[in-house]
Design a protein around this ligand. Structure first.
Ligand SMILES: [Zn+2]
Ligand SMILES: [Zn+2]
Length: 123
C-alpha cells in the first residue's frame, strides 16, 4: 500500500520544523493515489527563507507550498492536470531540476510559470 503523506514529509531540513497547511496535504494525498509523491521542498523555518515566500513557516504562518519530484514531461502533465482539478491555481514547472511547485497564495493571481537553468522564475 502507498504511504500516506504526513507533516513529517514536509519538514524543514535544518530543524525538522513542519506546520504544513492541511489543504496542501489533502491535495497531495489525492494526487498520491495515482502518482507516488516525493516532497523535495516543503516547510522552511524563518532562518531559511522570508515571510514573502509561500514556503515560509512559523507558528503563525502555515506552510502553503511544496515542490514535488516529477521525473518527465508526460508525468508532469498528468500531475499538473490533477493539481488544477483539485483546485490549485499557482503552479511552477522546473524542467531542469525535475520538480513541480504548487502554492495556495490566495492574494496572488492564478499563474503557471517555468524556471531558467539557474532556478529563477520565468513568468
Ligand atoms: Zn529549519
Ligand atoms: Zn517553490
Amino acid at each position: 500500500m502507498r504511504k500516506i503523506l504526513t507533516a513529517e514529509d514536509f519538514e524543514c531540513p535544518c530543524c525538522r520544523f513542519s506546520n504544513v497547511d492541511e489543504r496542501i496535504m489533502e491535495i497531495l494525498n489525492k494526487v498520491n493515489v495515482f502518482y507516488p509523491i516525493e516532497i523535495v521542498k516543503g516547510c522552511r523555518c524563518s532562518s531559511r527563507t522570508t515571510p514573502e515566500s509561500p514556503h515560509y513557516a512559523d507558528d503563525e504562518i502555515k506552510c502553503i507550498a511544496a515542490h514535488i519530484k516529477v521525473k518527465n514531461c508526460p508525468l508532469r502533465f498528468r500531475v499538473v492536470e490533477k493539481l488544477i482539478e483539485y483546485g490549485v491555481r499557482r503552479i511552477g514547472v522546473d524542467h531542469y531540476r525535475g520538480y513541480v511547485h504548487l502554492d495556495l497564495m490566495s492574494k496572488k493571481h492564478p499563474a503557471l510559470w517555468g524556471y531558467n537553468p539557474s532556478g529563477q522564475v520565468m513568468g
